[in-house]
Design a binder for this molecule. Structure first.
Ligand SMILES: Nc1nc2c(ncn2[C@@H]2O[C@H](COP(=O)(O)OP(=O)(O)OP(=O)(O)O)[C@@H](O)[C@H]2O)c(=O)[nH]1
Ligand SMILES: [Mg+2]
Length: 187
């Protein structure tokens, strides 16, 4: 590569870097909610080998011109105490709910309300994915939003999005909301 080409190349790289915003996202929710499935779907990876997450997975996903660094942390009860270690500098929280697991609605609601009170998550926008909408017993997103009292969150932007992580239905709508929400914050 000649000097002129090298110069042009570096200008293009710099331009790319300046237009691509990086967003740190933490993906939380009870075990079996579908967090890893959602993340793998976003990254167009194989969904057939997913096992319960014992620690965490990190993936960098490009979406709507942004670079999303997504931290997917295991939701089993004994791992939940480690969630707090990952909250520093979070730009957005994605909270995933198994919409068909009515027995654990109270438990998942309790975990979310504790997260919302965390100082490190003050004002951080929240996207709730009401996952597993393909199951006949799934509750609609509106009902879940009501149960979680999302309408009482006045200190931040929030959104609930019905989805099926397995098929990907609704996932892109959620990602678009995230990107819009983040752009608004940066304005
Ligand atoms: N029917 C249905 N099953 C789903 C969906 N999303 C995930 N699952 C299934 O739910 C189970 C748990 O999915 P995971 O992605 O491992 O859940 P997780 O939230 O990462 O769980 P932990 O890692 O233990 O916190 C798997 O058997 C998935 O195939 C969905 O949209 N519909
Ligand atoms: Mg997982």
């Amino acid at each position: 590569m000649g000097e002129a080409e090298k110069g042009l190349f570096s200008v293009i790289e710099k331009l790319k870097a300046s237009t691509e915003q990086e967003v740190r996202i933490v993906l939380l929710g009870l075990d079996n909610a579908g967090k890893t499935t959602l993340l793998k779907k976003l990254a167009s990876e194989d969904l057939s080998t997913i096992t319960p997450t014992q620690g965490f997975n990190i993936k960098c996903v490009a979406s709507n011109g942004m670079k999303l660094n997504v931290w997917d942390i295991g939701g089993q009860r004994q791992i939940r105490s480690f969630w707090r270690k990952y909250l520093e500098n979070t730009d957005l929280l994605i909270y995933v709910i198994d919409s068909a697991d009515k027995k654990r609605f109270e438990e998942t609601g309790q975990e979310l309300s504790e997260l919302v009170m965390e100082e490190t998550l003050k004002g951080v926008p929240i996207l709730v994915f009401a996952n597993k909408q393909d199951l006949a017993t799934a509750s609609p997103a509106s009902e879940i939003a009501e149960g979680l009292n999302l309408h009482t969150y006045r200190d931040r932007e929030w959104q609930i999005q019905a989805c099926c992580a397995l098929s990907g239905e609704g996932v892109q709508d959620g990602m678009t909301w995230i990107c819009n929400s983040f752009c608004n914050l940066k304005k």
